[in-house]
Write a protein that binds this ligand. Structure first.
Ligand SMILES: Cc1cc2nc3c(=O)[nH]c(=O)nc-3n(C[C@H](O)[C@H](O)[C@H](O)COP(=O)(O)O)c2cc1C
Length: 191
């Protein structure tokens, strides 16, 4: 199924439930390096990443859950328990942010966001190519200033874009059915 690079790319799917081992330092370096080859108008390099590993994952879990409760968002005890069970096993989280760089007004903000999103997609694909599973989430209080601030991504200078978890799948992931691309493509011939 995944004989060639293109087959491998087509087989990528998100997997939420992962455990150790996560990528080695060398593998993580390559995964993060893949973000540097994302398309990037004006070479603004707007992507920023914060690595969260080991006991820091427990600290982030506590901080996020406290922020969600503080904000009055619905968060029943079962949801808290399942969130803690999930994160307890995750070996690596990467917090994702786009630097706004207000001084540079030539390239619109949405293009920086797109470049950062492209960088994150490279991370998802690179993790997959190295045999790990990854998952992009905007849960864990992503849209709460307290969480973004604690990670160093204050709302004045950054758009905080959530987290990618990376690790070894707990269960073998089934192939993800994908739509036929033809549903999404038209041919424009100018007539
Ligand atoms: C910006 C962004 C944020 C996301 N946030 C969440 C999330 O908070 N919770 C969730 O279940 N899926 C979220 N997803 C979707 C998953 O990451 C994943 O794409 C989805 O489960 C489909 O799996 P696939 O990537 O294999 O198609 C998000 C995706 C993107 C692009």
């Amino acid at each position: 199924m995944s004989d060639t690079p293109i087959d491998f790319l087509l087989s990528r799917r998100s997997v939420k439930f992962v455990q150790a081992p996560g990528p080695s330092d060398d593998e993580l370096g390559r995964i993060l390096q893949s973000a540097m080859s994302a398309p990037d108008h004006g070479r603004l390099q707007p992507w920023r990443f914060a690595l969260i590993r080991g006991q820091a994952i427990g600290r982030l879990t506590d901080l996020s859950i406290a922020a969600v409760k503080e904000a009055g968002m619905p968060f029943p005890p079962e949801k808290e328990a399942s969130t803690r069970r999930w994160l307890d096993k995750v070996p690596l989280l990467i917090a994702l942010a786009c630097r706004l760089d207000h001084a540079n007004t030539k390239i619109p903000e949405h293009e920086r966001m797109l470049a950062t999103g492209a960088a994150v997609t490279n991370i998802l694909n690179a993790a997959h190519m190295l045999g790990y599973a990854a998952y992009w989430s905007t849960g864990l209080g992503t849209y709460l200033d307290d969480v973004a601030d604690a990670l160093g991504f204050d709302a004045l200078d950054y758009r905080f874009m959530g987290f990618v978890s990376i690790g070894t799948p707990i269960a073998t992931p089934a192939p993800m059915p994908r739509p036929d691309y033809q549903q999404f493509v038209t041919e424009w011939n100018g007539i």
